[in-house]
Design a protein around this ligand. Structure first.
Ligand SMILES: [Zn+2]
Length: 268
């Protein structure tokens, strides 16, 4: 086997043991190459017959060939057989078999050796931590969440709810919210932007945050075409705020309010 063939085998097996899945970086070294059908029993040097594997799996497998050795059960091939039909991993990281070939495969290669179980356990724990930090999916919840519906400290999604920062078509964020419809406490930027803000504790006359920037901006300090603010710092073509009540804005907002009321409150 020349260097280029060896490299091909490494790549085919993604630098991991075909039998037990440990990666070169787990072992801290390159792995060995096994002839699945041993040359001693007529196996070839074709790529398909070569399995990249760790020294321990290689040693356990040895020169086994089912046609000449008891128990005459074929050893599954990591790439040519669908191992998921034969093996299943349990919650506790033990491998269990679904078929006779699966049972033999686990036994021959000692795939439940304690170090491997521990290895699988750690991998799952790492994955879990990673998923908690970076969540993705249809509905995703995590420190950083990316999904159709995302909830997190920093969230990005169609509907997005974030503690610090949120970005989405509909976006609800405590600190910064950016979206087509953006609702926030501190800062909101969107076509429709609503930033609530609040009064400073102990200083009832002073408001903090509540900055809304949008075509329709509602909040304490608003910048928008249609600006509805309850603080002094509103700015807009149609502006309704303590500082200025544009007559067109009053008429427009009254009309909107009536429409809104008509849509959601049934008149009796
Ligand atoms: Zn291995």
């Amino acid at each position: 086997m020349d260097a280029s063939q060896r490299e091909r085998v490494r790549q085919r097996y993604a630098y991991s043991c075909g039998y037990c899945s440990v990666h070169e970086s787990d072992v801290g070294a390159t792995l060995t190459v096994d002839h699945h059908h041993p040359t001693a029993h007529g196996g070839t040097n074709d790529d398909e017959n070569l399995v990249y594997c760790c020294p321990r799996c290689n040693e356990h497998k040895g020169a086994y060939w089912h046609e000449v050795q008891i128990p005459y059960i074929r050893l599954l091939h990591p790439l040519e057989d669908d191992l998921t039909l034969h093996l299943r991993e349990q919650q506790n990281s033990d491998l269990i078999s679904e078929t006779a070939e699966g049972t033999f495969y686990i036994q021959r290669l000692r795939l439940n050796r304690p170090q491997l179980i521990e290895h699988r356990r750690r991998k799952h724990a790492d994955q879990k931590t990673h998923n908690e930090v970076f969540a993705s999916g249809i509905i995703s919840v995590g420190h950083f969440a990316f999904g159709l519906i995302s909830v997190g400290n920093f969230s990005f999604g169609v509907i997005s709810i974030g503690m610090f920062c949120s970005c989405g078509i509909i976006s609800i964020g405590v600190m910064f919210s950016v979206g087509i419809i953006a609702i926030g406490y501190s800062h909101a930027y969107g076509v429709i932007a609503i930033a609530i803000g609040s009064k400073k504790p102990f200083e009832k006359s002073t408001y903090v945050n509540g900055k809304a920037f949008g075509v329709i901006a509602i909040g304490r300090q608003t910048h928008g075409v249609y600006s509805l603010s309850y603080g002094e710092e509103g700015e807009g073509v149609y502006q309704f705020s303590p500082k200025r009540q544009a007559p067109e804005a009053v008429a427009l907002f009254t009309r909107w309010f009536k429409k809104f009321k008509g849509a959601f409150v049934s008149s009796s």
